[in-house]
Design a protein around this ligand. Structure first.
Ligand code: PMP
Length: 421
């Protein structure tokens, strides 16, 4: 019985932070601002469309549809992204529907990365990028975003251009870009994207552009699509998620948009793995996009209303956190907020000989002692870098008024405890 049962590609990728923190939140939290999902309902137009899809005349919605995307959905995605990218898109070859953005990412790494290829990942990063690159046989190469001021009060963490250039070589197959960025809430500027684009072109590297928070951008900031920059369409796969777009993370509908030279390989991956995504969910997402296409930029568009509401929630949580002495980094996008907890060093008992990052110990202490769940920022760094930025925790503010109020109650009580000797 000495033969290992698991394939070599699983070595070193078996640990997952979410399993531990989701369990901790379920056991101890009164208020869970940890995992990223809205606890408010999706828009009525979408719920009504789902009810109609399930109980209406179109009984074929309960059956298989086209493997690479339900025709009405790829059609409207091609129309919308064609408009946004300023080019004509073919729904059949330039768009593919996936099981959430997660499967889109998985298809990209499996389809493009070979043994020995390097993939550049910008830290902090959505945690699945690293194991997905490794499972494809690739080597992740990390580069950190660095805070521009000691106070780090805004999401202006930047790449060092020389350091970024030094990460590219003939082994570089791709770079993963995530703007707006989870967890920081940073929205990359056009200049920053041009820097990345120029290096991709120079080194003939691909760009896997995770844009799942594309509609969640605040304070008038602009979301720039890297695929729209010079020389980038041919080498970029843009990834989106209905989960984030319409506040329906459980539906797991995502998509990829890109040139056929890249998408043909994603189709090969998709047809040899999941083959197909749930038809009814795709139909409803198509209807949602149809509605949004007609209202694009208008006040009654969900893409206009959602970020407005979310910005208020962001500001509310910022106030609550400041009250207790945390220093939030104001996010420019996403529904996440990272707060500096270095003032709390004395609250959390030291664990001798532990290499567990402080933020991780803090997040565990906070959920157990205060009932408030958040995620340590170190979870978004590779193993050797986990202690580089270990005094921040991430909160999700896509929450109902009542949830944010309950969080505020906890933080106000905590503040009183801190100020009352
Ligand atoms: N990318 C990022 C940056 C994310 O935050 C998430 C979800 N948290 C995903 C991809 C996965 O999206 P989906 O739920 O559509 O699979």
């Amino acid at each position: 019985m000495s033969r290992p049962v698991q394939a070599r590609r699983l070595e070193g990728v078996d640990k997952n932070i979410w399993v531990e923190f989701v369990k901790l939140a379920a056991t101890y939290s009164t208020v869970n601002l940890g995992q990223g999902f809205p606890d408010f309902p999706p828009p009525d137009f979408l719920k009504e469309a789902f009810t109609r899809a399930l109980s209406g005349e179109k009984h074929m919605l309960h059956q298989y549809t086209r493997a690479f995307g339900h025709p009405p959905l790829v059609k409207i995605l091609a129309q919308l992204f064609g408009k946004l990218l300023g080019r004509e898109l073919d729904p059949m070859t330039n768009v593919m529907v996936t099981v959430g953005a997660y499967q889109a990412l998985f298809c990209c790494f499996q389809a493009f990365v070979d043994e020995g290829d390097e993939v550049i990942i910008i830290e902090p990063f959505f945690d699945c990028y690293e194991p997905m690159v490794k499972m494809a046989g690739g080597t992740p190469v990390f580069i950190p975003l660095r805070p521009q001021s000691v106070e780090a009060a805004n999401a202006d963490w930047q790449l060092d251009p020389a350091e970024l250039a030094s990460k590219f070589s003939e082994r570089t197959k791709a770079i993963v870009l995530n703007s707006p960025n989870n967890p920081l809430g940073k929205v990359f500027s056009r200049e920053e994207l041009e820097l990345i684009a120029d290096l991709c072109v120079k080194h003939d590297a691909l760009c896997i552009s995770d844009e799942v928070y594309e509609w969640l951008v605040y304070d008038g900031k602009e979301h720039v699509r890297i695929a729209s920059l010079r020389g980038m369409w041919d080498r970029t796969v843009s990834i989106g998620s209905a989960g984030k777009t319409f506040s329906v993370t459980g539906w797991k509908v995502g998509w990829t948009v890109g040139p056929n030279r890249l998408l043909q390989h994603l189709r090969t991956m998709h047809q040899n793995s999941v083959y197909h995504c749930a038809t009814a969910a795709q139909e409803v997402v198509a209807q949602g996009f149809q509605r949004e296409f007609e209202r694009y930029g208008k006040p009654d568009s969900y893409f206009v209303q959602l970020p407005k509401e979310m910005q208020q929630k962001r500001d509310q949580l910022v106030q609550s956190l400041v009250a207790v002495g945390m220093k939030p980094i104001i996010p420019e996008g996403t529904y996440f907020l990272v707060a500096d907890i270095s003032e709390f060093k004395s609250d959390v008992p030291d664990v001798p000989n532990s290499d567990e990052p402080y933020d991780s110990r803090f997040a565990k202490w906070m959920v157990k002692n205060k009932g408030l769940a958040a995620i340590p920022l170190s979870a978004f760094y590779c193993g050797p870098h986990k202690n580089n930025y270990n005094s921040f925790i991430r909160f999700c503010f896509a929450k109902e008024e009542a949830t944010l109020k309950a969080a505020d109650d906890i933080l106000q009580k905590w503040k009183l405890e801190k100020t009352t000797p």
